[in-house]
Design a protein around this ligand. Structure first.
Ligand SMILES: *[C@@H]1O[C@H](CO)[C@@H](O)[C@H](O)[C@H]1NC(C)=O
Ligand SMILES: *[C@@H]1O[C@H](CO)[C@@H](O)[C@H](O)[C@H]1NC(C)=O
Ligand SMILES: *[C@@H]1O[C@H](CO)[C@@H](O)[C@H](O)[C@H]1NC(C)=O
Ligand SMILES: *[C@@H]1O[C@H](CO)[C@@H](O)[C@H](O)[C@H]1NC(C)=O
Ligand SMILES: *[C@@H]1O[C@H](CO)[C@@H](O)[C@H](O)[C@H]1NC(C)=O
Length: 394
């Protein structure tokens, strides 16, 4: 276990030897630019123009760098000689979009997306031993898969279904590929577009009693109002909690609190729940709309694994935050309009893996990634990248 304090000291030892593809943006520039600066929601912060020459130079080189540091702790996460490697692609279309699930049994990263020759979303995996892509499970059983997670030998995938088959959450055995439905309705009402799933497990130190729960998000993105792949919603957008021991499913966060729940994550000791809100106007590039923020909210989890104390953790500068992962020091990693953004436990931006480089300047969005050991594997639509980090983060 690396404590944040320890990693900070470790970092200072080589903070000045990082070279090459990392650009540091001095703190004085991030919230105080000379009047007349020009920046927009459609671009990234590094695309800001009409600024003083010194910052213009920094932003221009940052725009071309895969690593943009806003804090020395980010340099530390990367290690002394950060580099990025292409593992797969480029291929056509939206090949690697969602999921980003590291499966240790097969040393692979499972993801979902639309590969060449495929009609819709399917599950694929990248074998990290030889960088080949393979089909880890029988697709015909999984309609419109989206986000997922790994928990105790199984891969859990949130899937939309279609107009006739209701979506929900599936569990796939990592060894056998055997697939079972965990949930697909609430007292007979189907979900609309289950999006992401996370598990919490915690043992009460006094009673020794183990509690566990599965959290997943459902919104209406599959409905005719957005992608038109599922039917009209019969349940409001909700964050759900499933207790596998009591076999009980219940809604725990309403759309009054989070209008369009999307990414969901739990920290390592299962004391916090993170959920992102993803307003449709941001997804469509139509500006800020009139309700909801592209926010990451954090809740404390009680001993019963119930959320309380909602607070705004942060929000994405552009487009929406998705693919949330919490590392073992409590830092929060999300896929956003700027790329993969890393924040400290209080929500301060430490650095960014730059989407302009990762997407090769193509229009698009990075929605998810895998984070395990000292590795970050980024799903950048047409490409899959890997970064060896300077420390073990998960
Ligand atoms: C601001 O930048 C946008 C494009 O990034 C450009 O279309 C616009 O003309 C610029 N405005 C000014 C005042 O420079
Ligand atoms: C991954 O690649 C290695 C090396 O080619 C191979 O031995 C292994 O069986 C592959 N794993 C899967 C799950 O396909
Ligand atoms: C996949 O599952 C379907 C439905 O159970 C079955 O008909 C099909 O043969 C399976 N395909 C493979 C390659 O196992
Ligand atoms: C939904 O998927 C099932 C299983 O693949 C298929 O039989 C059915 O025709 C699909 N429904 C629609 C409306 O596409
Ligand atoms: C949604 O898809 C259905 C079935 O393909 C089609 O009849 C309908 O017109 C579509 N609705 C919208 C709003 O595109």
């Amino acid at each position: 276990m690396i404590s944040a304090a320890k990693s900070f000291i470790f970092c200072l030892q080589f903070a000045n030897v990082i070279a090459g593809n990392l650009v540091r943006v001095p703190r004085k520039y991030t919230f105080r630019l000379s009047p007349g600066f020009n920046s927009s929601l459609a671009g990234n912060f590094v695309d800001t123009t009409n600024v003083e020459p010194a910052i213009a130079t920094v932003l221009t080189s940052a725009a071309e760098s895969p690593f943009i540091s806003y804090d020395v702790e980010f340099d530390c996460i990367l290690g002394p000689s950060p580099s990025i490697h292409l593992l797969a692609g480029p291929v056509d279309r939206d090949f690697a979009l969602e999921g980003g699930i590291y499966v240790k049994e097969t040393n692979s990263v499972w993801f979902t997306g639309i590969g060449p020759g495929e009609e819709g979303h399917v599950v694929r995996a990248l074998n990290l031993s030889d960088n080949t892509i393979y089909r880890p499970v029988n697709d015909s059983l999984i309609l419109r898969p989206n986000g997922g997670t790994y928990y105790q030998g199984k891969i859990y995938i949130a899937f939309w279904g279609n107009r006739t088959v209701t979506g929900g959450v599936l569990a796939i055995n990592a060894h056998t590929g055997e697939t079972e439905t965990v949930v697909n309705n609430y007292f007979g009402l189907p979900f609309n577009s289950p999006n992401d799933v996370a598990w919490a497990e915690r043992t009460d130190p006094r009673s020794g009693k183990r509690r566990r729960a599965m959290f997943f998000t459902d919104n209406d993105f599959g409905s005719p109002s957005l992608l038109n792949e599922t039917g009209l919603p019969l349940l409001p957008s909700t964050v759900w909690r499933f207790d596998p021991d009591k076999e009980y499913l219940q809604p725990i966060i309403t759309r009054a609190d989070i209008p369009d729940p999307n990414g969901v994550a739990i920290n390592q000791d299962a004391t916090k729940l993170y959920v992102s809100d993803t307003p449709v106007p941001y997804i469509r590039g139509e500006g800020i709309g009139t309700s909801g923020s592209p926010a990451i909210y954090v809740y404390d989890l009680t001993e019963d694994l119930m959320p309380k104390n909602k607070r705004l953790f942060s929000f994405s500068r552009s487009r929406i935050p998705d693919g949330i992962k919490v590392d073992k020091t409590g830092r929060v990693w999300t896929a956003e309009g700027e790329g993969i953004v890393v924040r400290d436990t209080l929500g301060k931006v430490l650095g960014v893996f730059n989407d302009k480089v990762l997407l090769n300047s193509r229009e698009g969005d990075i929605s998810n990634f895998a984070l395990f050991d000292d590795r970050l594997v980024i799903l950048a639509e047409e490409r899959i990248w890997a970064v060896h980090l300077g420390q073990r983060v998960r």
